[in-house]
Design a binder for this molecule. Structure first.
Ligand SMILES: NC(=O)c1ccc[n+]([C@@H]2O[C@H](COP(=O)([O-])OP(=O)(O)OC[C@H]3O[C@@H](n4cnc5c(N)ncnc54)[C@H](OP(=O)(O)O)[C@@H]3O)[C@@H](O)[C@H]2O)c1
Length: 232
């Protein structure tokens, strides 16, 4: 009889919810860090890039590079790791037919507010994740991982060396099955997934990331600030 899998996210409850395959669309700093983290944990991942014939430097060689549409079509969970605003809007428009019925993970952080910029979206307005959900009415959109830095998660970071305390990753999503799927994947990556209520709570998650970035800036810009949520 085989031993139960004790790796994070592979416990009895989580295993059945783990997506069979995940597509990461957009393979810049965050997308490629996620691909490396997923490979380290033996997860099945695909890369979705605009020019799949040109090998992107950050994409691990073991990962298949496809167009965003091909990668999304072949996956149960689709992570959109592109900048918020116009790029995310365009990508949603392009992928809407293929994302129907899928779970889509949105992880963007709107730019830090500056004096010369309009007030950020937040509790008083829709989050990027909610805007995405309006554009993808047939998909189940979740927000998570925006509180984690690519530097911490990537191949040269403390997560790869096993030196990072397992940070908490709040997951905001409306659909319970989508929440189980995203939580299982986040746990399998090595985080503590924390169900954080409906997608409207993505507003708070975007603010939390801004707070963490501010704390990081005060701490010498290490890119390694994260959060732990204590629960009884
Ligand atoms: N960096 C972090 O530490 C971090 C942490 C948490 C969350 N995030 C979030 O992760 C997202 C990506 O950030 P990043 O730092 O990885 O940015 P980045 O290094 O600039 O990478 C952005 C990627 O998006 C791709 N892209 C843009 N428009 C696209 C489209 N229409 N179709 C397909 N791909 C498209 C770009 O592809 P090309 O190379 O072809 O232009 C590029 O690879 C952002 O929403 C950010 O807020 C980042």
């Amino acid at each position: 009889m085989s031993e139960p899998d004790s790796r994070p996210g592979r416990g009895a409850g989580a295993a059945s919810s783990l997506p069979a395959r995940t597509a990461v669309v957009g393979c810049g700093r965050m997308g490629s860090a996620l691909l490396h983290a997923a490979l380290r944990q033996g997860l099945d991942v695909l890369a979705g890039v605009r020019e799949p014939r040109r090998r992107r430097p950050g994409v691990p060689p073991e990962v298949a590079q496809l167009t965003p549409g091909q990668a999304a079509a072949a996956a149960e969970l689709v992570v959109l790791a592109v900048p918020p605003g116009e790029p995310l809007r365009q990508l949603a428009e392009q992928l809407e037919p293929v994302l129907a019925g899928k779970v889509v993970l949105e992880l963007s952080n709107p730019a830090m507010p500056r004096r010369d910029m309009p007030a950020p979206r937040g509790p008083w307005g829709p989050s990027e994740a909610e805007l995405l959900a309006r554009r993808l009415p047939r998909a189940r959109v979740a927000k998570a991982l925006n509180t984690v830095s690519a530097k911490a998660l990537g191949p040269l970071g403390p997560a790869a060396r096993g030196e990072w305390p397992r940070p908490s990753v709040p997951v905001a999503v409306d659909d319970p099955a989508a929440q189980r799927l995203v939580c299982a994947w986040v746990e399998a990556l090595g985080f503590e997934a924390v169900p954080a209520g409906p997608l409207t709570h993505a507003r708070s998650l975007e603010h939390l990331a801004q707070l963490l970035r501010h704390i990081d800036a005060q701490s010498g810009r290490t890119g390694l600030v994260g959060c732990r949520i204590l629960r009884p």
